[in-house]
Design a protein around this ligand. Structure first.
Ligand code: VAH
Length: 347
């Protein structure tokens, strides 16, 4: 992204943030934000972005696991179990929360190995944050996913509105979140917002047990062992996105004026690739990298998912536009992981 378009973005952002501050009556500061499941792949990055804009103290990371030093270095962290309504309610009241960003969920592969827990966390946990957001008039963001579609949906591309019959408990719970959020918005005027994310790729946070995780692991293997064992077939095409675009889409969408939104749930897309295409891109940086394909149960999941997302509605309604293509993603991942592994060796 050129410097001038970054500056335009920043100015556009600034205007939206000021409007949001007026809305939340928080004066100069931005909204007070609670991030559930904050120690997953997206939480620490989103906290960093939001804190950079409107102060460390206004963004509270929460989770049920103990944080690393680095994860709480630049702002508040609190224990929050999304299954404990009272615990969440106390935080919302005591910390005067304006937004909840609800990242707590068991992802596709992990969920299939523990369906009862996935039902509790992904559905009961969602009900708690939905009810609290309604009760305290919060703005609620819940991510959905390419996993919210199934084999009966058009796969290339998958439009914003079409049949959704996902074949994982993760996908079923995310369709439930989308439908319940749309209902609460219409029935109770809850400011519910939902983006369907592709597989997210990052170097400074780990994915949480999904079907797209290979697209992160291949980079670690390229830097360390030089060999990647891929659990998908070489031709398995899936939508993917670099984390910076994911986090920017979340903040831009959360700040988008309500009157711009023709729906509450949007596909967002950046790129689509197969393991073979990714492997060939990574080999431009690590020529000695080898790959072996051993499809496992996750192949069956991937075969039911979209291959390409149609995100035209998000582009039209609130100006969504990705900025990091595959070649830049590979460069960012390789250069930063080489640096991090070198630092680890020295430590
Ligand atoms: C998963 N990474 O694979 C998650 C994501 C797009 C899929 O929701 O389950």
């Amino acid at each position: 992204m050129s410097a001038s378009s970054m500056r335009q973005n920043f100015l556009r952002f600034d205007k939206l943030f000021k409007a949001e501050c007026r809305l939340c009556h928080t004066g100069k500061r931005g909204p007070n934000v609670l991030i559930t499941g904050g120690l997953g792949q997206l939480g620490t990055g989103l906290a960093r972005e939001l804190r950079a804009r409107h102060g460390a103290e206004t963004v509270i990371l929460s989770d049920i696991i103990k944080p690393e030093e680095s994860e709480i270095a630049n702002g508040p962290f609190i224990f929050a179990d999304v299954l404990d309504f009272k615990c969440l309610q106390e935080i919302v009241v005591n910390k005067r929360i304006d937004w909840i960003v609800h990242f707590s969920a068991l992802l596709s592969a992990v969920g299939e190995n523990n369906v009862p827990l996935a039902v509790r966390v992904n559905i009961e946990g969602l009900h708690n944050v939905m009810e609290l957001s309604k009760q305290y008039k919060l703005k609620l963001f819940v991510p959905s996913t390419i996993g919210a579609f199934g084999p009966e949906s058009p796969r290339n591309p998958t439009p914003n509105l079409c049949i959704q019959r996902p074949k994982t408990i993760y996908g079923v719970s995310k369709v439930h979140a989308e439908l319940l959020g749309e209902y609460y918005n219409k029935r109770f005027n809850l400011d519910f917002r939902c983006l369907r994310f592709p597989g997210i790729i990052s170097y400074d946070s780990h994915p949480g047990g999904g079907t797209t995780d290979y697209a992160v692991q291949i980079f670690h293997d390229a830097i360390t062992t030089g060999k990647h064992h891929c659990y998908l077939r070489p031709d398995t095409r899936l939508p993917m996105m670099y984390i910076d675009d994911c986090l920017r889409s979340t903040i831009e969408f959360m700040l988008a004026p309500t009157d711009k939104l023709s729906t509450r749930t949007y596909n967002v897309h950046a790129m689509s690739f197969t393991p073979e295409e990714l492997f060939n891109e990574v080999r431009k940086w690590v020529p000695e990298l080898e790959i072996e394909y051993n499809p496992d149960a996750r192949q069956k999941i991937a075969d039911t998912w979209p291959m390409v997302f149609d995100d035209s509605i998000a582009r039209q309604d609130w100006g969504w536009k990705p900025s990091i293509p595959l070649d830049s993603l590979v460069e960012i991942m390789i250069t930063n992981l080489r640096r991090l592994y070198k630092e680890k060796e020295k430590a």
